[in-house]
Design a protein around this ligand. Sequence first.
Ligand SMILES: NC(=O)N[C@@H](CC(=O)O)C(=O)O
Ligand SMILES: [Zn+2]
Ligand SMILES: [Zn+2]
Length: 373
Amino acid sequence: MTHNTAPTTADTSDTAAATQEVRHITLTRPDDWHIHLRDGLSLSTTVAHAAANFSRVICMPNLVPPVKNTEQALAYRSRIMQALAHADIDDTAKRAFDPRMTLYLTDSTTAEDIKQASESGMIQAVKLYPAGATTNSADGVTNLGGRSAVFEAMQKYKLPLLIHGEVTDAHVDIFDREKQFVDTTLSNLVRQFPELKIVVEHITTGDAADFVLSQSALVAATITPQHLLFNRNHLLVGGVKPHFYCLPILKRQQHQQVLLDVATSGNPKFFLGTDSAPHATNAKENACGCAGCYSASIALPLYATAFDSVGKIDRLEGFACHFGAQFYGLPLNNSTITLVNEPMTVPQSYPYLDTQSLTPLMAGETLPWSIKS
Ligand SMILES: NC(=O)N[C@@H](CC(=O)O)C(=O)O
Ligand SMILES: [Zn+2]
Ligand SMILES: [Zn+2]
């Protein structure tokens, strides 16, 4: 639902009086279908930020050690809920917050693990990290061929498979790793398991978008704010900008354009997943900087900025609030959130892990949209 309020005076000085239209959009409360909250002390920062923006969030299992079974996932969820109880956010947001858990697929995951996850009613999906593809993926799958019984069980119990879609072969160029994965591993997987629900996470290329478009309604994709707003020039021109470094890495501007096209097309195969992935500032601004952009605190203003940049703010609600829930077979949220195109300045950093700091995406910059308090 989009409505414009009457023009308001932006500057009341009599010489420079200018009028500006303030637009408000009230949305069904959105969900984030891919987020890293981390664990321990991290939760006091990440949970408050996530809950201020989202209702349901799918929590990635790449902790150290990873979340491999239902028992560990439930214990992780209670740590998140404890952090929520202490979060300094309004009560409506607190009540609406609903973390959904995932299991980390390893070479030793069994069909029995999948059955147990499904019967618990508490596990939303299973996450596939090709071993070595990204942060904390060392325990990921080394041989997909050996996981057939697990994928069959997932089909049977209708547990979706969430995929970090990059090959890890040393000889494949980092900018080609997603395309190569789509052309080989992913194409084979959907052929072999046609009833498996799959989300290709954080897509970054036109190739991945085309693949998802060519498949049945069982195959969908999430898109991050950074891949809609930026391309590899933002990462590399004029000096390396470590806060734009995430995996899969930002690609050419042509790919960014395709992602914007599909995200704003109204096609329900594409929905919101921030991939907000906190690393302390000193771990990013480092000779070997970690991969991951932190966006949980400003996610909705970022997406609104991206959608508005192509005149498609009216398509934000489907992408952010409807399509993910529909894919997972869940009801829409019954509360709302209002965004307004009044500027906000992104904080330079947040306190993190007692003595450290956390630098968000676009730190210190001004975004044209903010959440109405
Ligand atoms: N996206 C990233 O660059 N990093 C994520 C892992 C992931 O989602 O690949 C992280 O956990 O830091
Ligand atoms: Zn990933
Ligand atoms: Zn991620």
